[in-house]
Design a binder for this molecule. Structure first.
Ligand code: SF4
Ligand code: SF4
Length: 271
């Protein structure tokens, strides 16, 4: 046994025998050991580097204004030319709602608070800090930018859907049909075409990009702007202690989707 490992065990044993404060001492030692082994606490990096953009969603505010989620989805899908194919099988989702118990899958057999069951929760790509979709993509069509956004290069996407299989949050959609096409009534799948944003083609995967084009213009993501009046969504640099999003994370209790998977989502929920 290596000396430092032996010292660690000896110290932990002494703390256990001493009783007073032993739990705290042991757990801080254990945490240090875990970090040394490369494990990281959910949602934080051991060493913070550069900008990491993230979002906070206040679930209660969406309950208070039950039309707010629909408005956020509408504005997002309109500016990004997200098609409406008219059936759930082909649905393209950048921003959508799902039931609380589906979004925050139980990893305990104990009952969750009943009032949360069935509650619609706004969901989107989590722009994971450790994104499995990026690792799975063979063409680098999915990539992580320096600011933490997980982006898509639609021209590089070959439609293999490896990224969809790798994403544990169902945050990606595949265009089984041509978004620029029309339905049997001659109605365009893209209801109101935004000429400033590209429409995709059949066979391409797509998802939320945190409104990277708007961010480049100094604007907030469209959904966050839509929810600003209700103070229901916050956005900014998670690594900047002075950002609004950091302030909210300091002041409110938040959860992330399936943190045990180690993807480190950049989207947090106030429940
Ligand atoms: S939520 Fe899914 S698509 Fe988004 S970054 Fe994480 S793994 Fe990738
Ligand atoms: S950040 Fe932009 S792209 Fe992502 S869900 Fe919000 S509006 Fe849509």
């Amino acid at each position: 046994m290596k000396k430092d490992r032996r010292d660690f065990l000896k110290l932990a044993g002494c703390a256990a025998v001493a009783g007073v404060g032993s739990s705290t001492a042991f757990h801080s030692l254990l945490r240090g050991e875990a970090e040394a082994a490369g494990l990281r606490r959910a949602g934080t990096k051991k060493e913070k580097t550069g900008v990491r953009l993230g979002m906070v969603i206040d679930i209660q505010k969406f309950l208070d204004d039950q039309d707010l989620a629909r408005r956020c989805i509408r504005v997002c899908h309109q500016i990004h030319n997200v098609p409406e194919f008219g059936n759930p099988k082909d649905e393209i989702k950048w921003l959508w709602t799902d039931r609380f118990e589906h979004v925050f899958v139980k990893d305990t057999h104990y009952r969750q608070a009943q009032h949360l069951q069935g509650m619609p929760v706004l969901t989107l790509c989590n722009h994971c800090d450790n994104p499995p979709c990026v690792r799975a993509c063979p063409t680098k069509a999915t990539f992580k930018k320096a600011d933490g956004i997980v982006g898509m290069d639609y021209h590089r996407c070959i439609g293999c859907r490896f990224c969809m299989a790798a994403c544990p949050y169902g945050a990606r959609s595949f265009n089984w049909r041509d978004p620029r096409g029309m339905d049997e009534h001659g109605r365009s799948f893209i209801r109101e075409l935004n000429p400033d944003y590209p429409a995709r083609t059949m066979g391409v995967v797509e998802k939320c990009n945190f409104c990277s084009k708007r961010l480049a213009q100094g604007k907030l993501p469209a959904c966050v702007e839509e929810a600003a009046g209700a103070e229901a969504m916050f956005f900014g640099d998670l690594n900047d202690p002075n950002s609004e999003v950091s302030r909210v994370l300091r002041e409110k209790f938040t959860i992330q989707r399936r943190p045990s998977l180690g993807t480190y989502p950049s989207v947090f929920y106030i429940i």
